[in-house]
Design a protein around this ligand. Structure first.
Ligand SMILES: [Zn+2]
Ligand SMILES: [Zn+2]
Length: 416
């Protein structure tokens, strides 16, 4: 371990990746605002108990992946591994759920999970999350998915498929659970992975999305939840699916989609993009109607989603680097102060301007201007009023220019 290097799974984001994050985030803010969804910034650290109750003691996240530590008074604290629990905790704590009406919030920021780092998955990763609290209507499910679709489309993703599953409700899910227990009770136990051997007792639904090949093989013939849901659950789900299809979204039923967290019920979804050739999941979420009460709040339903920024950044094209209008090339120490004042004035007028703080050869300054993709070079030869030349970096044409005319000329070059 070299303590002067970042930890495994903790990465530095430089341009163009940091530019892409910023651009994706600002598009999320703009789309979500149109849907009446407001930004909430919750702490990165919460009491561990919140996540144990909010995510589920039996989940992989809580069992193996949390960054948990005692604070100086010995209280167990955890770096947030996901956003929903913190958002709900904040809404309950500030009494936002006791009033009539909807609560719609999004959060953007880092999450932390102790996992094996791989491409697109880090220990500090970044998510955009949205939560809509206060409605059981199928229109809420559809609207959340429409908002997600608008965002993903506006950042440039195409070929999106909405995989959907219906996890049922506390009335009908126990029947499905029994059917699963009975099914897995019949199969040869040593064919299941060690995690699933535990899951068939604690949460047999989780066996459905196990990625181990032997578990997948066994699960192929497992009972389907679609055959076990009650009428209200079936009708809710069919209405959601119909609305999505009417608006042209491509949907696909995935009976093995149970998501990693215990609290999901009813509509659950994952968005898959075919933009990378192989299909990659870019977002996921679902309904969690019992969770607010589980966390000590009123009986308020909710639905939400999370998108991984790292994955999105791999799929969208790089934003254009911010353009530099001019590089001020100086002919010696005597014009450096004039260059500094000129740069400040032009920047205040909205131009992107760069210059060197030390005098260097003209050749190296032109090279820097090219590297920075500057549209023009302003060549300063005189510390007084005159001696200003403007060089068009596309044509190479160099003309004398009065200092007052610089802004006008730079604007003209920008438009050309
Ligand atoms: Zn039901
Ligand atoms: Zn398994």
């Amino acid at each position: 371990m070299n303590a002067m290097q970042s930890g495994k799974g903790f990465v530095d984001l430089f341009p163009p990746q940091s530019d892409m994050f910023t651009s994706i985030e600002s598009q999320a803010r703009s789309v979500f605002a149109r849907y009446g969804c407001k930004e909430l910034r919750t702490p990165l650290v919460e009491f561990t108990e919140l996540f144990v109750r909010g995510i589920g003691a039996e989940t992989d996240v809580v069992q193996k992946e949390m960054y948990t530590f005692p604070d100086r008074k010995g209280r167990s604290m955890t770096l947030r591994p996901e956003a929903t629990a913190g958002v709900l905790r904040a809404c309950i704590q500030h009494g936002l759920l006791s009033q009539e009406g909807l609560c719609k919030f999004f959060t953007i920021g880092p999450m932390f999970r102790y996992e094996r780092p791989q491409k697109g998955r880090q220990r500090q990763f970044h998510q955009i999350n949205a939560e809509v609290l206060g409605s059981r209507s199928h229109l809420a499910d559809a609207d959340v998915l429409f908002m997600l679709h608008a965002f993903l489309t506006e950042i440039g993703l195409s070929g999106l498929i909405y995989e959907l599953n219906n996890l049922g409700c506390p009335q009908c899910r126990p029947m499905f659970r029994h059917a699963l227990e009975a099914y897995y009770g019949r199969v040869r136990h040593d064919d299941l992975c060690s995690d699933c051997l535990r899951r068939i007792r604690t949460n047999p639904l989780r066996v459905l999305d196990c990625k181990a090949p032997t578990c997948r093989e066994i699960t192929k013939d497992a009972p389907s939840i679609a055959d076990h849901v009650c009428d209200p659950c079936r009708s809710h789900f069919n209405q959601v699916t119909a609305l999505l299809e009417e608006s042209g979204l491509q949907t696909r039923r995935n009976p093995f989609l149970v998501r990693g967290l215990d609290y999901y019920q009813g509509t659950t979804f994952e968005v898959v993009s075919s933009d990378l050739g192989a299909q990659a999941s870019v977002a996921g979420g679902g309904r969690y109607d019992g969770l607010v009460r589980e966390l000590g709040g009123p009986d308020v339903p909710g639905i939400g989603f999370a998108c991984g920024m790292e994955r999105l950044a791999m799929l969208v094209s790089e934003p254009m680097p911010p353009s530099l209008d001019a590089f001020i090339a100086t002919s010696g120490d005597h014009v450096l102060a004039r260059a500094a004042l000129m740069a400040r004035k032009l920047r205040a007028e909205g131009f992107g301007v760069e210059f060197f703080y030390e005098s260097k050869s003209m050749k190296s300054q032109f090279r820097a201007a090219n590297k920075l993709n500057a549209r023009a070079c302003i060549i300063l030869e005189d510390a007084g009023e005159g001696g200003v030349f403007l060089k068009d970096m596309l044509t190479g044409e160099q003309t004398p220019c009065s200092a007052d005319q610089l802004a006008w000329n730079l604007r003209k070059l920008r438009a050309s």
